[in-house]
Design a protein around this ligand. Structure first.
Ligand code: F2R
Ligand code: MG
Ligand code: MG
Ligand code: MG
Length: 308
């Protein structure tokens, strides 16, 4: 295997963070407006909208999961919630359900009750999936552990079955990417289908698998729900397995939940290609104060130390 686990770990965490930070400026915009200015992924990556790029809730909560894994070696709900609360900065741009739950956690209130009742049936937003990558990375040799720990990581905020399943599928995609030495589309989707539980995700993954061109990517969805973004991120990677730039670039050019689809796709791509595949100008532009680029790099190193 030419790409070592340390490079994959850094690629995964930094790939997520860079995708989030680059996509953040376009979140909620229609593809039409983005592609008026940026004609290709390369153009977007070569010309980030600002000199410095800042991550949002996606990477901020990913950091919490990575910290919790480094501490306990698995997902313990109490530790995870402590990390989410310690890292919580509302201005990073959390959605309304997530804000309610995190505020309750912060105040020591019954956050589980809010998580299960704020939305009918619990949240099916993509907030569980956007942050889950470290779990796929950490347990990549044991897909059952990936499934179980991903579920546990979702529950504090996302209890709807479609929110949980999206979280698990993204984690599985990261685990597969971490272990793959050579790109094998058939095998990649076959293993994803094997971990798929609902007809809804099955249909979305079937659609993703059939795509032949990035121009069709948006048909899988670009929304804030897990069902309409997790399969899209998976497809963006599977259509561009050898290019980090194309993977996150196309995730952003389709508009909608750009930071999150690019974060998820970037974490898979980074785990497969390693940190060397992330364009240096994006890493240089990424915020570095506090829990920024260097801290996230050290987190990846710490995780690998804990894995062996
Ligand atoms: N919040 C955002 N972007 C908005 C921009 C922020 C703003 N600019 C600012 O500065 O504050 N992005 C982030 O949120 C997404 C992840 O959301 P999460 O964590 O899943 O939150 P939530 O609230 O649980 O779910 C998201 C929305 O999905 C709808 N929804 C969920 N479950 C539902 C249900 N059972 N029934 C009906 N609707 C449901 C709701 O509209 C939720 O608010 C990421 O994009 C991240 O980047
Ligand atoms: Mg965000
Ligand atoms: Mg944020
Ligand atoms: Mg988002």
């Amino acid at each position: 295997n030419s790409i070592d686990i340390l490079s994959r770990a850094k690629g995964c965490l930094l790939g997520l963070t860079v995708g989030d930070a680059l996509g953040a400026r376009f979140e909620g915009q229609a593809a039409y407006w983005i592609t008026r200015k940026y004609k290709s992924p390369q153009q977007l990556i070569d010309n980030p909208p600002t000199k410095e790029i800042y991550y949002t809730d996606d990477a901020q909560m990913m950091i919490g999961i990575a910290e919790a894994l480094c501490q306990d070696g698995c997902i313990e709900e109490k530790t995870l919630c402590q990390k989410f609360v310690n890292n919580y900065v509302p201005s990073r741009g959390y959605a309304r359900g997530a804000r309610k739950v995190l505020k309750a956690m912060e105040k020591g209130q019954d956050y589980r009750k809010i998580a299960s009742s704020y939305f009918k049936g619990g949240s099916f937003g993509n907030g569980g999936a956007m942050r889950v990558a470290p779990i796929g990375l950490f347990f990549y040799q044991d897909l059952q552990k990936v499934m179980e720990n991903a579920r546990l990581s979702s529950l504090p905020t996302h209890t709807h079955p479609l929110g949980i399943e999206g979280t698990q599928l993204l984690a599985i995609a990261v685990a597969l990417a971490t272990s793959m030495e050579k790109w094998d589309k058939e095998l990649f989707y076959e293993k994803l289908f094997a971990h798929c539980q609902s007809p809804e995700y099955r249909a979305q993954l079937e659609k993703a698998q059939k795509l032949e061109d990035c121009s069709e990517l948006a048909t899988v969805g670009n929304a804030i729900t897990a069902l309409e973004s997790v399969p899209t991120a998976i497809a963006s990677f599977a259509l561009n397995p050898h290019s980090f730039t194309d993977t996150i670039g196309h995730s952003i050019l389709i508009g909608g939940d750009t930071d999150t689809v690019a974060a998820m796709a970037g974490s898979i791509s980074g785990a497969f290609l390693g940190v060397e595949a992330i364009p240096q100008n994006l890493l240089d532009a990424l915020e570095n104060e506090g829990k920024g680029r260097d801290y996230i790099t050290e987190l990846a190193e710490k995780m690998v130390g804990k894995m062996q």
